[in-house]
Design a protein around this ligand. Structure first.
Ligand code: 2IT
Length: 451
């Protein structure tokens, strides 16, 4: 373990004892605590108020049975979750993930990270996350609808526009949000902004679907500018082919970058000409909505090489942007990147990198941008959707995009200055963790001890 501060070590050890068998949650706690060592030294008032101990304990963890009937008439049972992690600076806010890997550890790691990410956006949103071990792959549209309705029948008891506002994540897009919203409205007889990522016709924000990727690219623009560089003319390796990868590829292409890889659970494709025509980019959407969950279809359609069971991290490019899921880059991958002379590593999916891999990249001079900051544009536009719903108003794409650009610039700049202020100049990971943490910690301090 890389932690040195004895107080943080003891809080971390207690967290390990209290959360056995939850490696992803403990991984993110350790990673955030490493960044917070200088904060502990400067802020004894936080230590006295037990802020660190309270920060790692979710305010509420709800788990529930979701039963539904499949197309063959068989009863299926899944487990649903909502983790309401921290409400110090606003209503709980965070996505819902439908994926077979979902468990309490995954939910808590995502909820913990969401707390700091939401804080970084500068908008009033607390941290939450939810989902289910339901696997959407291969399910019919009717099955998805019935599952969403059953899931919401329980979730509706715990959420509300001023309490907790879920959205999408892996396996939950506009279609699922629509079904979830419909069921909430049926149950409550209320039309409110209880979910974000809604369709535009019923209160969704312009550009919400592409915004996580757009925001990530705006972050990259700001970051490269610091080094006197730009996106134009650079090559990029992206993983995933879902919503986040799609928005990222679109915006990189628009700004003159060339994306040569995308990936799926089945492997990755290498497109030497770039995933850059409207047809190719639209096909990414088609692959997602087909529920087949494979990227080999792209290789078949466009006649490019497909590498079964492999990840694109061995490819030599200027910038690497993982956009798929957690822990998709390990120490060996990081070694391959360094051996290829990689300069910029930009996390887009939540916690795509193991802690050892991040340490190795940093130690070898790679500029590492952390997902909490880089992907915060998604939830930021969710925050803007909440504002629009509260006002019963709708901003144009240009207005939303301009606000998103501002938010991403602020996130980048506040991370840079927090790192500097706490003696970790140039460390974008620590800067984001510190900046995100401070606002939540101040709010908790001001509000007294009971959560
Ligand atoms: O990880 C994330 O920030 C999201 N899945 C989006 C959350 C949201 O509430 O828009």
């Amino acid at each position: 373990m890389a932690l040195k501060n004895p107080y943080l070590i003891s809080v971390y050890e207690n967290t390990c004892k209290r959360n056995p068998g939850e490696p992803e949650f403990l991984q993110t706690v350790e990673e955030v605590f490493e960044s917070l060592e200088p904060v502990v030294e400067k802020r004894p008032d936080f230590v006295k108020a037990g802020i660190f101990e309270r920060m790692v304990e979710p305010e509420r963890l709800i788990s529930f049975r979701v039963s539904w009937v499949d197309d063959n008439g068989n009863v299926q049972v899944n487990r649903g979750y909502r983790v309401q992690f921290n409400s110090a600076i606003g209503p709980y806010k965070g996505g819902l993930r439908f994926h077979p890997s979902v468990n309490a550890s995954i939910m808590k790691f995502l909820g913990f990270e969401q707390t700091f990410k939401n804080s970084l956006t500068g908008l009033p949103m607390g941290g939450g996350k939810g989902g289910s071990d339901f696997n959407p792959a291969g399910k019919s549209d009717n099955e998805i609808m019935r599952f969403c309705q059953s899931f919401m029948t329980e979730l509706a008891k715990h959420i509300g526009p001023d309490t907790d506002v879920p959205a999408g994540d892996i396996g939950v897009g506009a279609r699922e949000v629509g079904y979830l919203f419909g069921q909430y409205k049926r149950l409550r007889n209320e039309f409110t902004g209880v979910l974000t990522g809604k369709g535009f016709s019923f209160g969704g924000s312009r550009i919400r679907p592409e915004t996580t990727g757009y925001g990530a690219v705006y972050y990259v623009e700001n970051m490269l500018a610091t080094f006197g560089e730009e996106i134009k003319g650079k090559t990029f390796a992206v993983s995933g082919f879902g919503n986040v990868a799609w928005g990222t590829v679109q915006k990189l292409t628009e700004l003159g970058g060339k994306v040569v890889t995308i990936s799926g659970p089945d492997g990755y494709i290498y497109d030497k000409d770039g995933v850059n025509t409207p047809e190719k980019i639209a096909y990414m959407l088609e692959m997602r909505t087909s529920n087949r969950n494979r990227v080999e279809d792209y290789a078949d359609k466009f006649g490019v090489p497909f590498f079964a069971g492999k990840k694109p991290w061995g490819e030599k490019v200027d910038v690497i942007m993982p956009c798929a899921t957690q822990n998709e880059v390990n120490l060996d991958d990081a070694k391959a990147m360094v051996a290829n002379g990689l300069k910029y590593y930009v996390e887009v999916s939540n916690m795509p990198t193991t802690n050892e891999a991040v340490a190795y990249l940093k130690a070898n001079g790679v500029v590492v941008a952390p997902s909490k900051a880089v992907n915060a544009g998604g939830v930021a536009v969710s925050g803007l959707e909440m504002s629009q719903n509260s006002m019963r108003y709708s901003w144009s794409s240009e207005e939303v995009d301009a606000k998103l650009k501002d938010i991403m610039k602020n996130i980048y700049e506040s991370s840079v200055s927090a790192a500097k202020e706490y003696g970790m100049e140039g460390d974008l990971v620590s800067g984001a963790n510190i900046a995100g943490f401070l606002k939540v910690a101040e709010a908790m301090l001001a509000q007294g001890i009971a959560y």
